[in-house]
Design a protein around this ligand. Structure first.
Ligand code: ZN
Length: 262
């Protein structure tokens, strides 16, 4: 889960200010090179329905997605969802999807000190590397879409990109340490709004990142119906956008091969 809806109702003022600063202060920006309009589909945590239905929908359209995995959630069974197991994570990687880091502990990174955060992401890298030695996450998504300036600086020095959950198009001068992203969930977006976001990305020749969780006919509160995901993929292609992983999108945005493989 990454939706802001899951954030604590009453946060201390200091933490609210840290969150606000991290969302608004651009610590390290890059100017995007000219590129085709890009749309990336990403999934957090990840529920087994994302690994199965979600991945199958992308593959049916001949494209791939980015799956941000938190090691501590792999194989977990929660009251309203099952999380993908090791085999499903390995399969995703071997089928050409990108595996990203979502911390190991799935804690808000603003709650972890510098050493604890470094140990946490190293632990996740070890965990994922044990699933398949070819998995080496280069891109990150903030659990609960929340961070602090300190954690952002630490993570943006470690990962090629860090994805947040503030809606927007990444275009012009972009902030790789806090990429804008639009939640693709039945609770908060419909097909018309999806079309509109894609149109904005195409017009700006920018990079639109969608994020979701489970993909099923009866999704969890922050999940998405398969029809909506299918429609979003089709719409992106209909409007002329390239549907690519975060890794590939970043390569095009940077105009070179600095983005490392995972
Ligand atoms: Zn999450």
């Amino acid at each position: 889960m990454t939706g802001l809806a899951q954030a604590p109702m009453r946060e201390p003022l200091q933490r609210r200010l840290a969150r606000l600063a991290a969302r608004t202060i651009r610590t390290r920006t890059v100017r995007a090179h000219p590129h085709a309009p890009l749309v990336s589909f990403t999934f957090d945590d990840i529920p087994d329905s994302a690994a199965e239905r979600g991945a199958a929908i992308l593959e049916g359209a001949g494209v791939r997605g980015t799956f941000y995995i938190a090691g501590s959630l792999v194989g977990a069974v929660e009251p309203i969802r099952r999380l993908a197991g090791r085999e499903q994570c390995r399969d995703l990687h071997r089928r050409g999807h990108e595996i990203g880091c979502h911390t190991f502990s799935h804690q808000a990174v603003s709650d972890l000190g510098r050493t604890a955060l470094a140990e946490d992401i190293a632990r996740n890298a070890r965990f994922l590397g044990e699933i398949d030695p070819g998995i080496a996450p280069a891109n990150f998504a903030y659990p609960f879409n929340t961070t602090s300036l300190r954690a952002k600086r630490q993570l943006e020095s470690h990962f090629a990109t860090c994805r947040g959950g503030v809606p927007g198009i990444n275009a012009g001068r972009i902030d790789p340490g806090f990429l804008r992203a639009v939640e693709l969930a039945d609770c908060c977006i419909d097909a018309a709004a999806v079309r509109s976001w894609i149109a904005r990305a195409v017009e700006a020749r920018g990079w639109l990142v969608f994020f979701s969780h489970g993909i099923s006919e009866r999704p969890e509160p922050w999940g998405c119906h398969p029809d909506l995901l299918r429609a979003a993929v089709a719409e992106a292609r209909r409007q002329g956008a390239s549907v690519v992983t975060m890794r590939e999108a970043l390569r095009q945005v940077l105009g070179d091969d600095r983005a490392t493989a995972s």
